[in-house]
Design a protein around this ligand. Structure first.
Ligand SMILES: [Zn+2]
Length: 341
């Protein structure tokens, strides 16, 4: 089916669900279900574009629209077991989450969870996965080759950049590490020779500083662990996994993190093995967040695989309600939203 027709059907479904009261009905049916929302970067509208590295990010004005819809229906807070409250979370720890997202929450009198990658505190300036996407989105057009991996990257327009990202994902699926891919790309065209607007770069790709984390904590926000390396944890050797989570535990003991809630990088069933969940538990974390994922395979949601929902990048309040109420989830899965217990 063409995407235009799909969009028309989606639009009609959303509007029908609203006017017939189905959306409202699902708000009622799901009222004892805890909703936890997942966000990444909140970017000023003027910088927002169709970049691969913004696929999981949102425009500032749309984020505000989300909050306006949310606050009509729910309180917002950090108690993960209070079903009257929605909980809002952010992953990774880049500057915009401090200077934009946390400030907007302050303005709305809301608190959230910010899951911060341990290595961003001192060891890394940027996560390797973001570096890869930054390269693909902003490198000069051209044809780039790597013999060892038989890789040819043909960069022209936006579409071609997305197609090259699919090639890189094949390497990731074949367990080539993010660091290795960064090295390959850097050999093709050096990262330091790529230029973008400095203000945009700072917001999107530089980490929140320690004193800014303190400021956030003082304002009532929770700073939690999101691994040290931001690798796919299920791909890591036992030793490396232990070291990774130990570093997080260390930041928890030092009070850099002020919550024992952990958040897995990527967070799909494939990215979080039983071993990963057990390790996080053994190291003293009290629970851990994943994503609400249509392919659960044989996994059940639980304390170490808590479901998080994402909302669409839209200004359409009926569309936001359609997702938030669990109507869409019901249509896809024929069940109410998962319980958090
Ligand atoms: Zn992440």
């Amino acid at each position: 089916m063409g995407s235009r027709i799909k969009n028309i059907i989606k639009y009609i479904t959303i509007k029908t669900s609203k006017v017939t009261g189905v959306t409202n009905l699902f708000y009622k049916l799901n009222k004892d279900r805890k909703i936890i929302l997942a966000y990444h970067n909140v970017i000023p509208d003027k910088y927002f574009n169709d970049y691969i590295h913004l696929d999981y990010s949102i425009r500032e004005s749309q984020f505000r629209k989300h909050l306006d819809v949310i606050k009509r229906r729910f309180n917002v807070g950090v108690d993960l077991y209070n079903t009257k409250e929605i909980t809002i979370t952010f992953d990774d720890g880049y500057k915009n989450q401090y200077s934009i997202a946390s400030k907007i929450l302050d303005e709305y009198n809301m608190n959230g969870y910010f899951f911060y990658v341990a290595d961003l505190l001192e060891e890394k300036d940027i996560l390797s996965i973001d570096k890869i996407q930054y390269w693909l989105d902003h490198v000069c057009p051209g044809k780039y080759e790597n013999k060892k991996y038989n890789l040819v990257l043909d960069i022209e327009d936006t579409t071609s950049r997305r197609n090259q990202w699919i090639k890189i994902q094949t390497l990731i699926d074949n367990k080539v590490s993010f660091d290795e891919i960064c090295d390959i790309l850097n050999d093709m065209y050096r990262f330091e020779d790529i230029n973008i607007n400095k203000k945009f770069y700072d917001l999107r790709f530089t980490p929140i500083k320690k004193y800014e984390l303190n400021d956030m904590k003082e304002n009532g926000h929770k700073i939690g662990a999101h691994s040290s390396s931001h690798n796919i944890l299920s791909n890591m050797k036992k030793d490396d996994l232990n070291k990774d989570i130990d570093k997080c535990k260390d930041l928890l003991n030092k009070g850099i993190y002020n919550t024992k809630t952990f958040c897995y990088p990527f967070g799909g069933v494939e990215d979080v093995s039983e071993e990963v969940m057990n390790t996080v538990k053994e190291k003293g974390f009290s629970n851990a967040m994943s994503f609400m994922n249509t392919k659960l395979n044989n996994r059940e949601y639980g304390q170490f695989f808590m479901p998080r929902m994402t909302l669409p990048n839209t200004y359409d309040e009926d569309y936001i309600d359609f997702i938030l109420s669990g109507t869409y989830y019901f249509l896809r899965n024929r069940r109410l939203l998962p319980k958090n217990e």
